[in-house]
Design a protein around this ligand. Sequence first.
Ligand SMILES: Nc1ncnc2c1ncn2[C@@H]1O[C@H](COP(=O)(O)OP(=O)(O)OP(=O)(O)O)[C@@H](O)[C@H]1O
Ligand SMILES: [Mg+2]
Length: 319
Amino acid sequence: MSGGYPVRTAEDIAVGAPDFDHDHATPLARAAEHVVLARQGARLRPAMPRPPATRVFVVANQKGGVGKTTSTVNVAAALAQLGQRVLVIDLDPQGNASTALGVEHRRGVPSTYDALVDGVPLAEVVSVSPEVDGLCVVPATIDLAGAEIELVSVVARESRLRKAILGHPQVGSAEELGDDRFDYVLIDCPPSLGLLTLNALVAGNEMMIPIQAEYYALEGLGQLLETVEMVRAHLNPALDVSTILVTMYDARTRLAAGVAEEVREHFGDQVLNTTIPRSVRVSEAPSYGQTVMTYDPGSPGALSYLEAAREIATKGARP
Ligand SMILES: Nc1ncnc2c1ncn2[C@@H]1O[C@H](COP(=O)(O)OP(=O)(O)OP(=O)(O)O)[C@@H](O)[C@H]1O
Ligand SMILES: [Mg+2]
């Protein structure tokens, strides 16, 4: 092609135009294409209606490595691309969500720990994510690893996060706050059922459980659901397991299809129609301090997370 580098626009993607040959693109050209796509994608993705009040989602599964953090950051970025105002609270001392959303989380940065343990107002520990307009993050520093034990002796130890979130001046209804409100708060939990996750379950109205499409997918879920029942009975009757998301789905295997089927039999219409494919682009994005939504907005992983976010936003439009 003379003098030109074929940039695939978000419009092409929308109409299903074939991908060009990436091998002929220089890294710089590829990076430029991604920036253009990310910007256009954000503009061309028609905004969804905002929910009438802030929806607080707990993203939890005590099993490790099932896609909690990946789903939190990508659904958050996708919701922001759909015109929603989103706050991610990183509740995992590993700080992976903070990394993926491109915010600083070394020791000393105002963080979840300060809000949870020292009672610093949540609004004072929020960072703006450079990823997408409308996306903010409360980062997690390594200090949070100690919180699990430090909280044991603190008053109202299981409702600290709830108090912090409800005390944020941009959390509430459209009636009270007008446009200046968060539409979604997404809490990324660590892989355990300790006091940190308990704080999230007490703080949330809804729960999103990512389930990896693999053989032992449903194992351990019983314990998680028992904990949810306990929380509902004693601490937070409003908690609703509204969303199950099947992740790392490999369409080539019968096993993945079988697992997805089993999850649907078990949870019915709580399961999103969209499944997230296993894709290298999704797993690469965090090493660039990005979500796949900006790292490779036209990739199947990004388009699936966008579709999942649309489903979530549509469900929330119900009265
Ligand atoms: N759709 C996907 N395709 C390919 N790799 C993925 C996908 N989703 C997640 N991964 C990879 O799987 C690993 C685990 O994902 P992730 O960190 O999101 O899980 P997690 O449940 O948050 O883990 P933890 O329990 O440690 O917090 C990561 O290396 C991530 O990059
Ligand atoms: Mg995680």
